[in-house]
Design a protein around this ligand. Structure first.
Ligand code: F6P
Length: 327
Protein backbone atom coordinates (compact mmCIF):
# COMPACT_ATOMS: atom_id res chain seq x y z
CA UNK A 1 0.00 0.00 0.00
CA UNK A 2 1.17 3.50 -0.81
CA UNK A 3 2.36 5.56 2.15
CA UNK A 4 0.31 8.60 3.10
CA UNK A 5 1.97 11.91 2.31
CA UNK A 6 2.31 13.91 5.52
CA UNK A 7 5.33 16.16 5.03
CA UNK A 8 6.17 17.82 1.78
CA UNK A 9 9.15 19.74 0.45
CA UNK A 10 8.92 22.44 -2.19
CA UNK A 11 11.74 23.80 -4.35
CA UNK A 12 12.26 26.01 -7.39
CA UNK A 13 14.85 24.90 -9.91
CA UNK A 14 16.42 26.01 -13.21
CA UNK A 15 15.90 29.52 -14.61
CA UNK A 16 13.58 31.55 -12.40
CA UNK A 17 10.23 32.61 -13.82
CA UNK A 18 7.80 35.32 -12.68
CA UNK A 19 5.02 33.57 -10.79
CA UNK A 20 7.23 31.06 -9.01
CA UNK A 21 6.52 32.86 -5.73
CA UNK A 22 2.79 32.62 -6.35
CA UNK A 23 3.26 28.88 -6.92
CA UNK A 24 5.26 28.45 -3.70
CA UNK A 25 2.55 30.33 -1.82
CA UNK A 26 -0.15 28.06 -3.22
CA UNK A 27 1.78 24.89 -2.38
CA UNK A 28 2.52 26.02 1.18
CA UNK A 29 -1.00 27.21 1.96
CA UNK A 30 -2.73 24.23 0.37
CA UNK A 31 -0.41 21.89 2.25
CA UNK A 32 -1.15 23.59 5.54
CA UNK A 33 -4.88 23.59 4.79
CA UNK A 34 -4.64 19.80 4.52
CA UNK A 35 -2.69 19.52 7.79
CA UNK A 36 0.65 18.75 6.12
CA UNK A 37 4.01 19.96 7.33
CA UNK A 38 5.66 21.96 4.56
CA UNK A 39 9.38 22.49 4.09
CA UNK A 40 11.09 24.96 1.79
CA UNK A 41 14.25 23.79 0.05
CA UNK A 42 16.68 26.53 -0.94
CA UNK A 43 18.36 26.77 -4.37
CA UNK A 44 16.59 23.86 -5.97
CA UNK A 45 18.28 20.49 -5.87
CA UNK A 46 21.39 22.18 -4.51
CA UNK A 47 19.62 22.88 -1.22
CA UNK A 48 18.49 19.27 -1.09
CA UNK A 49 22.12 18.17 -1.26
CA UNK A 50 23.39 20.94 1.06
CA UNK A 51 20.61 20.23 3.56
CA UNK A 52 19.37 23.81 3.28
CA UNK A 53 15.81 22.95 4.23
CA UNK A 54 13.48 24.81 6.58
CA UNK A 55 9.95 24.55 7.90
CA UNK A 56 7.43 26.91 6.32
CA UNK A 57 4.23 28.31 7.77
CA UNK A 58 1.33 30.12 6.13
CA UNK A 59 2.91 33.45 7.01
CA UNK A 60 6.24 32.47 5.40
CA UNK A 61 4.58 33.16 2.07
CA UNK A 62 2.77 36.38 2.96
CA UNK A 63 3.19 39.29 0.56
CA UNK A 64 5.03 37.36 -2.14
CA UNK A 65 2.36 36.68 -4.78
CA UNK A 66 3.24 39.90 -6.59
CA UNK A 67 7.01 39.46 -6.49
CA UNK A 68 9.25 38.23 -9.31
CA UNK A 69 12.16 35.86 -8.69
CA UNK A 70 11.75 33.14 -6.09
CA UNK A 71 12.02 33.42 -2.31
CA UNK A 72 13.46 29.89 -2.30
CA UNK A 73 16.13 30.94 -4.79
CA UNK A 74 17.06 28.66 -7.64
CA UNK A 75 20.03 26.96 -9.26
CA UNK A 76 21.01 24.51 -11.95
CA UNK A 77 22.57 21.71 -9.93
CA UNK A 78 25.11 19.48 -11.68
CA UNK A 79 25.57 17.23 -8.63
CA UNK A 80 21.95 16.12 -8.84
CA UNK A 81 22.65 14.60 -12.28
CA UNK A 82 24.74 12.00 -10.44
CA UNK A 83 23.23 9.14 -8.42
CA UNK A 84 25.52 10.00 -5.49
CA UNK A 85 24.11 13.56 -5.35
CA UNK A 86 20.55 12.30 -5.46
CA UNK A 87 21.26 9.85 -2.63
CA UNK A 88 22.49 12.69 -0.39
CA UNK A 89 19.33 14.62 -1.24
CA UNK A 90 17.18 11.63 -0.40
CA UNK A 91 18.88 11.13 2.96
CA UNK A 92 18.27 14.76 3.86
CA UNK A 93 14.57 14.43 3.10
CA UNK A 94 14.30 11.08 4.83
CA UNK A 95 15.80 12.26 8.11
CA UNK A 96 13.04 14.90 8.33
CA UNK A 97 10.32 12.47 7.35
CA UNK A 98 9.56 14.41 4.16
CA UNK A 99 7.60 12.02 1.98
CA UNK A 100 6.46 14.18 -0.94
CA UNK A 101 8.26 16.68 -3.15
CA UNK A 102 6.95 19.53 -5.30
CA UNK A 103 9.33 20.72 -8.00
CA UNK A 104 8.68 24.05 -9.69
CA UNK A 105 10.82 24.32 -12.81
CA UNK A 106 11.33 23.47 -16.45
CA UNK A 107 12.16 20.29 -18.33
CA UNK A 108 15.71 20.08 -16.93
CA UNK A 109 14.30 20.13 -13.42
CA UNK A 110 11.76 17.47 -14.33
CA UNK A 111 14.57 15.30 -15.65
CA UNK A 112 16.16 15.37 -12.18
CA UNK A 113 12.81 14.42 -10.64
CA UNK A 114 12.37 11.47 -13.02
CA UNK A 115 15.66 9.92 -11.92
CA UNK A 116 15.00 10.69 -8.27
CA UNK A 117 11.53 9.15 -8.30
CA UNK A 118 12.84 5.99 -9.96
CA UNK A 119 15.53 5.53 -7.33
CA UNK A 120 13.69 6.49 -4.15
CA UNK A 121 10.31 6.12 -2.52
CA UNK A 122 9.51 9.82 -2.39
CA UNK A 123 6.73 10.82 -4.81
CA UNK A 124 7.35 13.93 -6.87
CA UNK A 125 4.95 16.34 -8.53
CA UNK A 126 6.13 19.02 -10.96
CA UNK A 127 4.79 22.46 -11.78
CA UNK A 128 5.75 23.86 -15.16
CA UNK A 129 7.66 27.01 -14.26
CA UNK A 130 9.64 28.36 -17.20
CA UNK A 131 9.50 31.48 -19.34
CA UNK A 132 10.31 29.30 -22.36
CA UNK A 133 6.93 27.48 -22.53
CA UNK A 134 8.68 24.49 -24.02
CA UNK A 135 6.82 21.72 -22.21
CA UNK A 136 4.13 19.76 -23.98
CA UNK A 137 0.87 18.82 -22.28
CA UNK A 138 0.12 22.27 -20.92
CA UNK A 139 -1.18 25.41 -22.58
CA UNK A 140 0.65 27.56 -20.04
CA UNK A 141 3.87 27.57 -18.12
CA UNK A 142 4.41 29.86 -15.16
CA UNK A 143 6.35 32.94 -16.25
CA UNK A 144 5.80 32.87 -19.99
CA UNK A 145 3.01 35.42 -20.04
CA UNK A 146 5.00 37.93 -18.01
CA UNK A 147 8.17 37.39 -20.03
CA UNK A 148 6.45 37.75 -23.35
CA UNK A 149 4.69 40.93 -22.22
CA UNK A 150 8.01 42.35 -21.04
CA UNK A 151 9.44 41.57 -24.47
CA UNK A 152 6.48 43.15 -26.27
CA UNK A 153 6.76 46.34 -24.24
CA UNK A 154 10.47 46.62 -25.00
CA UNK A 155 10.08 45.79 -28.70
CA UNK A 156 7.35 48.41 -29.10
CA UNK A 157 9.80 50.99 -27.78
CA UNK A 158 12.55 49.85 -30.11
CA UNK A 159 10.12 50.05 -33.01
CA UNK A 160 9.57 53.76 -32.36
CA UNK A 161 13.25 54.58 -32.73
CA UNK A 162 13.65 52.10 -35.59
CA UNK A 163 10.88 53.82 -37.47
CA UNK A 164 12.24 57.31 -36.78
CA UNK A 165 15.62 56.38 -38.27
CA UNK A 166 14.51 54.03 -41.04
CA UNK A 167 16.67 51.23 -39.72
CA UNK A 168 16.68 47.49 -39.60
CA UNK A 169 16.53 46.17 -36.04
CA UNK A 170 17.33 42.69 -34.90
CA UNK A 171 15.98 42.05 -31.43
CA UNK A 172 17.11 39.01 -29.53
CA UNK A 173 14.78 37.46 -27.00
CA UNK A 174 15.37 34.52 -24.67
CA UNK A 175 14.99 30.91 -25.69
CA UNK A 176 18.07 28.75 -25.98
CA UNK A 177 16.08 25.81 -27.29
CA UNK A 178 12.63 27.28 -27.67
CA UNK A 179 11.13 29.91 -29.93
CA UNK A 180 7.87 30.67 -28.13
CA UNK A 181 8.92 34.03 -26.72
CA UNK A 182 10.21 35.06 -30.14
CA UNK A 183 7.10 33.80 -31.91
CA UNK A 184 4.57 35.40 -29.58
CA UNK A 185 6.38 38.70 -29.07
CA UNK A 186 7.24 38.88 -32.78
CA UNK A 187 3.64 38.39 -33.89
CA UNK A 188 2.37 40.80 -31.25
CA UNK A 189 4.74 43.54 -32.38
CA UNK A 190 4.26 43.02 -36.11
CA UNK A 191 7.78 41.74 -36.76
CA UNK A 192 8.61 41.12 -40.40
CA UNK A 193 10.77 38.10 -39.57
CA UNK A 194 10.87 35.71 -36.63
CA UNK A 195 13.82 33.36 -36.28
CA UNK A 196 13.43 30.40 -33.92
CA UNK A 197 15.40 27.26 -33.10
CA UNK A 198 12.56 24.95 -34.12
CA UNK A 199 12.56 26.03 -37.78
CA UNK A 200 15.14 26.53 -40.48
CA UNK A 201 15.34 30.13 -41.61
CA UNK A 202 15.38 30.98 -45.29
CA UNK A 203 17.97 33.72 -44.84
CA UNK A 204 18.29 34.27 -48.59
CA UNK A 205 14.66 35.25 -48.88
CA UNK A 206 15.09 37.68 -45.95
CA UNK A 207 18.11 39.18 -47.70
CA UNK A 208 16.18 39.43 -50.98
CA UNK A 209 13.27 41.22 -49.34
CA UNK A 210 15.64 43.63 -47.56
CA UNK A 211 17.43 44.36 -50.83
CA UNK A 212 14.07 45.07 -52.41
CA UNK A 213 13.25 47.46 -49.54
CA UNK A 214 16.60 49.13 -50.04
CA UNK A 215 15.77 49.73 -53.70
CA UNK A 216 12.45 51.27 -52.67
CA UNK A 217 14.24 53.30 -49.95
CA UNK A 218 12.01 51.79 -47.29
CA UNK A 219 14.54 50.37 -44.90
CA UNK A 220 12.38 49.70 -41.86
CA UNK A 221 12.37 46.07 -40.82
CA UNK A 222 11.94 44.37 -37.47
CA UNK A 223 13.50 40.97 -36.98
CA UNK A 224 12.88 39.07 -33.74
CA UNK A 225 15.31 36.27 -33.10
CA UNK A 226 15.44 33.68 -30.33
CA UNK A 227 18.88 33.44 -28.74
CA UNK A 228 19.12 29.79 -29.76
CA UNK A 229 18.23 30.13 -33.44
CA UNK A 230 20.44 28.40 -35.99
CA UNK A 231 22.70 31.44 -36.41
CA UNK A 232 23.37 31.74 -32.69
CA UNK A 233 21.56 34.97 -31.91
CA UNK A 234 21.15 38.55 -33.09
CA UNK A 235 24.81 39.51 -33.49
CA UNK A 236 25.41 36.64 -35.86
CA UNK A 237 22.29 37.44 -37.86
CA UNK A 238 23.48 41.05 -38.12
CA UNK A 239 26.85 39.90 -39.42
CA UNK A 240 25.23 37.81 -42.16
CA UNK A 241 22.82 40.57 -43.21
CA UNK A 242 25.33 43.41 -43.07
CA UNK A 243 27.60 41.45 -45.35
CA UNK A 244 24.92 41.46 -48.06
CA UNK A 245 23.57 44.93 -47.30
CA UNK A 246 26.69 46.99 -46.65
CA UNK A 247 24.89 50.33 -46.77
CA UNK A 248 22.01 49.43 -44.48
CA UNK A 249 21.90 50.62 -40.89
CA UNK A 250 21.37 47.43 -38.94
CA UNK A 251 21.13 47.63 -35.17
CA UNK A 252 20.98 44.89 -32.57
CA UNK A 253 19.12 44.94 -29.27
CA UNK A 254 19.47 42.01 -26.87
CA UNK A 255 16.71 42.03 -24.27
CA UNK A 256 18.35 39.46 -21.99
CA UNK A 257 17.40 38.81 -18.41
CA UNK A 258 14.88 41.62 -18.05
CA UNK A 259 12.54 39.01 -19.52
CA UNK A 260 12.94 36.83 -16.45
CA UNK A 261 12.27 39.51 -13.84
CA UNK A 262 9.47 41.78 -12.75
CA UNK A 263 6.10 41.38 -11.14
CA UNK A 264 4.19 38.41 -12.54
CA UNK A 265 1.20 39.19 -14.74
CA UNK A 266 -2.29 38.41 -13.50
CA UNK A 267 -2.31 35.36 -15.77
CA UNK A 268 0.91 33.99 -14.28
CA UNK A 269 -0.35 34.54 -10.72
CA UNK A 270 -3.55 32.72 -11.56
CA UNK A 271 -2.02 29.69 -13.24
CA UNK A 272 0.66 29.45 -10.54
CA UNK A 273 -2.00 29.49 -7.82
CA UNK A 274 -4.10 26.92 -9.61
CA UNK A 275 -1.21 24.60 -10.43
CA UNK A 276 0.25 24.92 -6.92
CA UNK A 277 -3.05 24.00 -5.34
CA UNK A 278 -3.47 20.99 -7.65
CA UNK A 279 0.11 19.83 -7.10
CA UNK A 280 -0.61 19.27 -3.41
CA UNK A 281 -4.00 17.71 -4.13
CA UNK A 282 -2.27 15.44 -6.58
CA UNK A 283 0.28 14.25 -4.02
CA UNK A 284 -2.53 13.56 -1.54
CA UNK A 285 -4.66 11.73 -4.07
CA UNK A 286 -1.77 9.43 -5.00
CA UNK A 287 -1.22 10.93 -8.46
CA UNK A 288 2.55 10.75 -8.30
CA UNK A 289 5.52 11.51 -10.53
CA UNK A 290 3.47 13.67 -12.82
CA UNK A 291 3.57 17.32 -13.62
CA UNK A 292 0.51 19.50 -13.32
CA UNK A 293 -0.47 21.30 -16.49
CA UNK A 294 -3.56 23.08 -17.75
CA UNK A 295 -5.06 22.15 -21.09
CA UNK A 296 -8.32 23.49 -22.50
CA UNK A 297 -8.96 25.01 -19.07
CA UNK A 298 -8.76 21.61 -17.32
CA UNK A 299 -6.03 20.20 -15.17
CA UNK A 300 -3.80 17.79 -17.02
CA UNK A 301 -1.47 15.36 -15.24
CA UNK A 302 1.40 14.22 -17.41
CA UNK A 303 3.97 11.63 -16.31
CA UNK A 304 7.24 13.48 -15.71
CA UNK A 305 8.98 11.03 -17.96
CA UNK A 306 6.73 11.91 -20.91
CA UNK A 307 7.16 15.63 -20.25
CA UNK A 308 10.91 15.26 -20.46
CA UNK A 309 10.75 13.42 -23.78
CA UNK A 310 8.20 15.64 -25.56
CA UNK A 311 9.08 19.27 -25.88
CA UNK A 312 6.40 21.74 -26.90
CA UNK A 313 6.03 22.06 -30.67
CA UNK A 314 5.40 25.16 -32.73
CA UNK A 315 2.57 24.53 -35.16
CA UNK A 316 2.81 25.06 -38.91
CA UNK A 317 -0.23 27.28 -38.66
CA UNK A 318 1.65 29.79 -36.51
CA UNK A 319 4.42 29.96 -39.08
CA UNK A 320 1.88 30.53 -41.85
CA UNK A 321 0.29 33.37 -39.86
CA UNK A 322 3.71 35.01 -39.40
CA UNK A 323 4.37 34.85 -43.12
CA UNK A 324 1.00 36.17 -44.23
CA UNK A 325 0.77 38.98 -41.70
CA UNK A 326 4.31 40.21 -42.34
CA UNK A 327 3.87 40.45 -46.10
O1 F6P B 1 15.21 28.54 -19.37
C1 F6P B 1 14.96 29.87 -19.23
C2 F6P B 1 16.06 30.70 -19.84
O2 F6P B 1 15.77 32.05 -19.57
C3 F6P B 1 16.29 30.51 -21.34
O3 F6P B 1 15.37 31.17 -22.15
C4 F6P B 1 17.68 31.03 -21.47
O4 F6P B 1 18.32 30.48 -22.59
C5 F6P B 1 18.35 30.57 -20.21
O5 F6P B 1 17.32 30.41 -19.26
C6 F6P B 1 19.39 31.49 -19.69
O6 F6P B 1 19.94 30.95 -18.55
P1 F6P B 1 20.97 31.69 -17.59
O7 F6P B 1 20.21 32.69 -16.80
O8 F6P B 1 21.51 30.60 -16.74
O9 F6P B 1 21.98 32.32 -18.47
Amino acid sequence: MEKKVTRIGVLTSGGDAPGMNAAIRAVVRTGIYHGLEVFGIMRGYQGLIDDDIFRMEGRSVANIIQRGGTILKTARCKEFYEPAGRKIGYDNLKKRGINGLVIIGGDGSFRGAVNFSKEFDIPCVGLAGTIDKDISGTDFTIGFDTAVNTAVEAIDKVRDTMDAHDRIFIIEVMGRDAGYIALHSGIATGAENILIPERKTDINSIIASLQEKERRKKMVNLIVVAEGDEFGGANEVQRVLQDKLPKAEIRVCILGHIQRGGAPSCMDRLIASRMGYHAVESLLEGRHNVFVGIQNNRMNYIPLETAVKNKGKISDEWMKIVKILAS
